[in-house]
Design a protein around this ligand. Structure first.
Ligand code: 5RP
Length: 237
């Protein structure tokens, strides 16, 4: 199975299993992730609404990409602050850039990590869908950790990140001159270490730097993960 086929398989397997287990249900408040694996999950959810399995689902989107998808697919979009949502969600479903053996994550490849983390950390349950390439033994040395920063603090923040042992790169736009600007108007610095790091300790250390808005280590609300395999099976962990 190709990587793209694995993404669709992981996403639809997860949505169907979570419906079966009662973690996705009518009337629920659901957080919807960003990226090429989260999108098939959004589409599967829309299918299960239009086939009548689910009704009155209130979605909170993690990005403009997800908001547009929900609008096109007819999924009701709310904000986390809407009275009907009340600042917490029943479940969030999202993709990831890397997943270690303890289900710690790196996220933010699509520069949506801030809203993704707000939603993941304010959800009772968290599910992650991925193809097999995302399953890694440790974090820090492979996919570069995205860190969302305030533009005015770029130089001191990059200096502090380097003190934590990271090599840092300001993320450049594609088909746009200059840096990537996030949905929240901030910049992204991508960080890589020479040897694996403790993601929970590093998440705390990075988030203490003045001028950092949020980092892409997700260690505080461990998800259940659905990882599709090249042979067409899905490993759940
Ligand atoms: C976006 C994310 C995505 O979930 C992550 O980048 C994985 O994306 P994809 O499923 O396209 O590989 O964190 O900010």
């Amino acid at each position: 199975m190709s990587k793209d086929e694995q993404k669709v398989l992981a996403a639809s397997t997860a949505v169907d299993a979570l419906i079966e287990e009662g973690l996705i249900f009518s009337g629920m408040k659901i957080g919807l992730g960003t990226g090429s694996t989260a999108m098939p999950a959004v589409r599967r959810l829309a299918q299960r609404i239009s086939d009548g399995t689910l009704s009155d689902v209130k979605a909170v989107a993690t990005s403009f990409q997800t908001t547009l998808a929900c609008e096109e697919l007819g999924i009701q979009v709310c904000t986390l602050n809407d009275r009907a949502v009340g600042g917490s969600l029943d479940l969030a479903i999202d993709g990831a850039d890397e997943i270690d053996r303890e289900n710690n994550l790196i996220k933010g490849g699509g520069a949506a990590l801030l809203r993704e983390k707000i939603i993941a950390y304010n959800s009772l349950h968290f599910a992650v869908v991925a193809d097999s390439s995302k399953d890694v033994p440790s974090l820090g040395t492979g996919f570069a950790l995205p860190v969302e920063i305030i533009a005015e603090a770029r130089v001191p923040v990059m200096r502090e990140l380097e003190k934590l042992g990271a090599e840092c790169f300001l993320r450049e736009g594609v088909k746009k001159a200059g840096p990537v600007v996030t949905d929240n108007g901030n910049l992204i610095v991508d960080c890589r270490w020479k040897s694996p790091v403790n993601p929970s300790e590093m998440e705390d250390a990075i988030d203490r730097i003045t001028g950092v808005v949020e980092c892409g280590f997700f260690t505080k609300n461990r998800p259940v993960v659905f990882i599709a395999q090249p042979d067409g099976t899905v490993v759940r962990r």
